[in-house]
Design a protein around this ligand. Structure first.
Ligand code: PGA
Length: 245
């Protein structure tokens, strides 16, 4: 079963558009099988979308970020518990836009991962190199090591990893599937050797669209895709999901 994450980022601009997008995609894919679909709208549209959520075996709600504390004086922040109460099951942690635009460090990401896991939700941990040079696997190793910190193997087992090379996000320049496989295998080997964790799901993200999704997802090593831009276009996204199915 492949996993597809729709990361809407700071879109759409109106609640009515968000509900329309959710409605048209979820209706179009109602009868499709072989994937779990996770919608990650902006926080402010979670409420209206969660009200439209019908019980479905393969469609889930997620969030794009979270704060690491459970409550208190943290102006502007949102806790995992609040997101859970809206029906979120998944939370993206460490997306490259948060790392490189907002300035989130691996240490912050580690605290967020712990908070999500403690609340019983599933983190989707995004990692990825800024540049594809000869040190990129070393870069990934360091990002993983610091982001996971001293989380126990039992906790790490629950995490979904999204491998997203930063240079491939929003650029229309996707990775080559064979290079993604190298990175994904490296991530799996590292998690096994360092934490004794097997069978972790690893997704690919970065300029995924209906033209390239098959090439990525036909690889048994790649468990799914995190889709940004293309998930905002109901027609294009439905096409992607049909191909995945
Ligand atoms: P993109 O974004 O599909 O627009 O490249 C991917 C992502 O959010 O990581």
């Amino acid at each position: 079963m492949k996993i597809i994450v729709a990361n809407w980022k700071m879109n759409p601009q109106k609640g009515s558009e968000a509900v329309r997008l959710f409605d048209s995609v979820s209706k179009a894919v109602l009868k499709l099988k072989n994937f779990n679909l996770i919608f990650c709208p902006p926080f402010v549209w979670l409420n209206s979308i969660s009200q439209k959520f019908k019980k479905s075996k393969n469609i889930f709600l997620g969030a794009q970020d979270v704060f690491w504390e459970t409550k208190g004086a943290f102006t502007g922040e949102i806790s995992a518990g609040m997101l859970k109460s809206f029906g979120c099951k998944y939370i993206i942690v460490g997306h490259s836009e948060r790392r490189w635009i907002i300035g989130e460090t691996n240490q912050i990401i580690n605290k967020k991962l712990a908070a999500v896991l403690n609340s019983g939700l599933i983190p989707i941990l995004a990692v990825g190199e800024k540049n594809r040079d000869q040190n990129f696997l070393e870069f990934l190793k360091n990002q993983l090591e610091e982001s996971l910190g001293d989380l126990s193997a039992d906790k790490i087992k629950k995490i979904i990893i999204a491998y997203e090379p930063v240079w491939a996000i929003g650029t229309d320049v996707p990775d080559k599937p064979e290079d993604t496989i190298t990175a994904v295998n490296f991530i799996r080997r590292f998690l096994k050797e360092k934490y004794g964790v097997n069978n972790i799901s690893v997704l690919y993200g970065g300029s995924v669209n209906s033209k390239n999704v098959f090439e990525f997802l036909k690889q048994p090593e790649i468990d799914g895709a995190l889709v940004g831009g293309a998930s905002l276009d109901a027609k294009e996204f439905t096409k992607i999901l049909k191909i995945v199915s």
